[in-house]
Design a binder for this molecule. Structure first.
Ligand SMILES: NC(=O)c1ccc[n+]([C@@H]2O[C@H](COP(=O)([O-])OP(=O)(O)OC[C@H]3O[C@@H](n4cnc5c(N)ncnc54)[C@H](O)[C@@H]3O)[C@@H](O)[C@H]2O)c1
Ligand SMILES: O=C(O)CC[C@@H](O)C(=O)O
Length: 388
């Protein structure tokens, strides 16, 4: 039986991908071969040597110690785009919440205690002027990060009649194809902030983006900016944000990431990390994550990894082994020489690399035994070997 350890609430539609005959899946499993999780902050000591793969049912992988995983040959997957629509729809809510007195108006009505319908109506008509807002049509939205979510948000905003300016210095070709040509391009973050009434963040939490919305960036912003953060809390410097809210530089901060210093500020609206919390997104992410794990565990194929190359080799006959190594010359030739010395015929092979690592799928005529696996593992620069 293969063992999968789960963290967080994973949709049963995804868990169903692990057949009951071959997999044991649960939150109490010890020595798992793989981990499937959502936002759980995974520590190195929670990744035993038995683990070959980790799948994040979601986009952000800042809760996983990627470098340590790569070093140990652990393949980390995410599920690109699987929750993008859910986040896009909540961004729409964020745009409306920051423009109209929706929550304040509801709180006002909830607190009314009139018994007489005519007086209630009069009270409502008198009170509503305090909650008037502005429309989105004709306003300018800045989208920082134009990947799966950002591109969706940008296209949606155009349909709402907004002007849209995007900033993404590392946009992928696929993402660029998804984006409407009506989205204007900003050369840098400051230029985008200077022109926008609303800005929405859709970048990953990586070294380059942590604190990217700081006092310097906010000083470039248009007075009265409404900022939406459905990306990650650490992308915004909260002290700088509070200072900008104090002087009205930022009129409203909507964030999916509560933190102590933001609580209680009436210009800040905080949600409990709800961006991907829809039935559909949770199913999509769980199914995609589980499918990727199954294909990796059973065939060694890798799709949507954040640290290993994409690789897929059709299974025909024979036996399969995979190995990962430092991306330096002569490793593959040494492994092939070793197989030749052991008189083992190779049926097929595929080798791919990504940055500093290479990964090979080898189909051979003989079932790999412990001796063969140990011999491959002993080749200099090979750091992970598996019979699949
Ligand atoms: N609130 C939620 O529940 C929720 C749900 C999904 C994703 N997220 C967050 O949103 C992030 C984006 O998700 P996605 O699915 O769109 O990911 P994605 O990988 O498709 O897109 C991210 C984009 O950000 C761009 N980028 C990277 N660094 C940048 C920088 N310095 N400046 C501008 N752009 C930069 C990349 O080039 C890429 O196009 C995730 O990493 C995650 O942290 C949050
Ligand atoms: O699993 C969730 O609820 C949140 C996922 C989200 O933050 C992501 O990065 O995909």
């Amino acid at each position: 039986m293969r063992k999968i350890r789960t963290y967080n609430q994973i949709s049963s539609r995804g868990l169903d991908r692990f057949s009951r005959d071959s997999y044991e899946v649960g939150s109490e499993i010890a020595q798992p071969e793989a981990i499937l999780l959502r936002s759980h902050k995974l520590t190195v000591d929670q990744i035993p040597d038995s683990v070959n793969a980790i799948a994040r049912a979601g986009a952000g992988v800042n809760n996983i110690p990627i470098d340590e995983c790569t070093h140990n040959g652990v393949v980390v997957f995410n599920t690109p785009g699987a929750n993008a629509n859910a986040v896009k729809e909540l961004v729409l809510a964020g745009l409306l919440l920051s423009s109209r007195g929706i929550c304040e108006g509801m709180q006002y009505v909830q607190a009314l205690t009139e018994n007489d319908p005519a007086i209630l109506n009069k009270e409502v008509e008198k009170g509503k002027k305090a909650y008037a807002g502005v429309e989105l049509t004709g306003k300018t939205l800045g989208v920082v990060g134009l990947g799966a979510i950002g591109a969706n948000v940008a296209n949606m905003a155009l349909e709402l009649g907004m002007e849209v300016i995007g900033y993404d210095p590392a946009i992928s070709v696929e993402a660029a194809w998804r984006l409407s040509s009506d989205v204007q391009r900003a050369e840098n973050l400051g230029a985008l902030l200077a022109k926008c009434d609303y800005v929405t963040l859709h970048v990953p939490a990586i070294e380059a983006t942590k604190g990217m919305i700081n006092s310097e960036a906010l000083s470039s912003a248009k007075q009265g900016l409404k900022l939406l953060n459905f990306a990650r809390g650490e992308i915004v410097d909260n002290d700088a944000m509070l200072a900008a809210l104090e002087v009205g530089k930022v009129a409203r901060y909507i964030s999916d990431f509560p933190s102590l210093e933001l609580l209680g500020n009436d210009k800040v609206s905080l949600l409990p990390h709800l961006g991907a919390s829809t039935v559909e997104a949770e199913e999509n992410c769980a199914i995609m994550g589980a499918n990727q794990l199954v294909d990796f565990l059973e065939n060694g194929n890798i799709k949507n990894s954040v640290n290993f190359p994409q690789i897929r080799m059709e299974r025909t006959h024979g036996y399969r082994l995979t190995f990962a190594n430092d991306n330096v010359p002569k490793v593959l030739s040494q492994v092939l020489a070793l197989l030749a010395d052991m008189n083992i015929n190779v049926i097929d092979l595929l080798n791919k690399s990504r940055n500093d690592i290479a990964y090979t799928i080898l189909d051979i005529e003989q079932q790999p035994d412990a001796q063969l696996l140990a011999a491959v593992a002993g080749v200099e620069h090979v750091f992970h070997v598996r019979a699949v």
